[in-house]
Design a protein around this ligand. Structure first.
Ligand code: 13P
Ligand code: SF4
Length: 311
């Protein structure tokens, strides 16, 4: 309790806002001013009047906020909170790939460093990836990085010629078709909510196209998209294929419904690095400030602004 009181006091003293991703531990979600997916949190960062943003999420998310809000102080409670997917591509690798496909439009998923975003034409999140790609003329080749499962999902749903970088998130890649099939066999009436980074997503699309899965009870969407889709669903049971931190919001908002993880140990160790103690320390000491060099930020900003303008 003392720690929560201290966080509230320091927040006022610093004129700070606390943003938390849907995968954060419950205690962090409960103390946050806003909880959301990558797109929603970027929009909140852009809209806030607070002088300081404390980003309870992973490093690329805090960097995105720093690019969007150059006049604000962006803090992350643990600098080690990285992302296995973001580290599958560097700016120099992307430059080499671009040289192999001159003239192609480069679309990067938000899970990458600011250096990589600075090399891109467009940035997208799981919430608007399809809309971003559809805003590009259909005759232009596209390089999509770094998530191969999301890339495959986009390729299935658009007419564009898309080259996909073979990166993956270790948490989502491990959610396999067999996990989904087992859970569906045990819970035949449940609705299936899937994050497009999952290793099962291509198989689920294939099953949908064959009519083996009911399209009205299968949703492939961002973390906030999953939470919001529950509102309009008549189902009482949901199978959730993503990081298990999301179950906290689902259960809190819908206490009478049942939510089951497709894979119970799908945990992102990076997201779980943020604790109440580290959050309090961040507010107390003004650490760890996330800064993006001016030149990188100005090159990354165009791609990120395209991302936040299409939602
Ligand atoms: P969302 O933008 O859908 O919340 O996804 C972010 C993420 O890191 C998924 O692993
Ligand atoms: Fe990165 Fe995967 Fe963690 Fe999301 S769940 S932050 S993609 S490592």
């Amino acid at each position: 309790m003392k720690l929560l009181d201290e966080i509230q006091r320091l927040k006022i003293e610093r004129n700070a806002v606390i943003l938390a991703h849907n995968y954060q531990i419950p205690a962090i979600q409960d103390v946050a001013d806003f909880i959301g997916d990558s797109l929603g949190l970027s929009l909140q960062a852009q809209a806030t009047d607070a002088e300081t943003i404390v980003f309870c999420g992973v490093h690329f998310m805090a960097e995105t906020a720093a690019v969007l809000c150059p006049d604000k102080t962006v803090l992350i409670p643990d600098l080690e909170a990285g992302c296995s997917l973001a580290s599958t591509i560097t700016a120099s690798q992307l430059r080499t790939w671009k040289e192999e496909h001159p003239g192609a439009a480069v679309v990067v998923y938000v899970n990458c460093s600011a250096d990589v975003k600075a090399e891109a034409d467009y940035c997208c999140t799981s919430a608007n990836a399809l809309r971003i790609v559809e805003s590009i003329p259909a005759d232009r080749e596209i390089l999509f990085a770094p998530d191969m499962f999301l890339g495959e999902y986009i390729r299935e749903h658009t007419e564009h010629t898309i080259h996909v970088w073979m990166g993956e998130c270790h948490v989502h890649a491990a959610i396999r078709p067999a996990d989904v099939e087992k859970q569906l066999a045990e819970h035949p009436d449940a609705e299936l909510l899937i994050h497009p980074e999952c290793g099962c997503v291509s198989n689920v699309m294939w099953q949908l196209s064959k009519g083996d899965l009911p399209p009205d009870r299968t949703r492939i969407t961002s973390t906030t998209g999953m939470i919001e889709s529950i509102e309009s669903s008549p189902a009482s049971e949901f199978l959730v294929a993503t990081e298990t931190g999301i179950l906290h919001q689902m259960k809190k908002r819908h206490p009478k419904r049942t939510f089951l993880p497709v894979q119970a140990d799908a945990e992102c160790m990076y997201m779980k690095m943020i604790t109440l103690e580290k959050l309090a320390k961040a507010l107390r000491e003004g650490i760890h400030e996330v800064r993006v060099p001016k030149e990188t930020a100005s090159r990354a900003r165009l791609a990120i602004e395209r991302m936040v303008s299409i939602h």
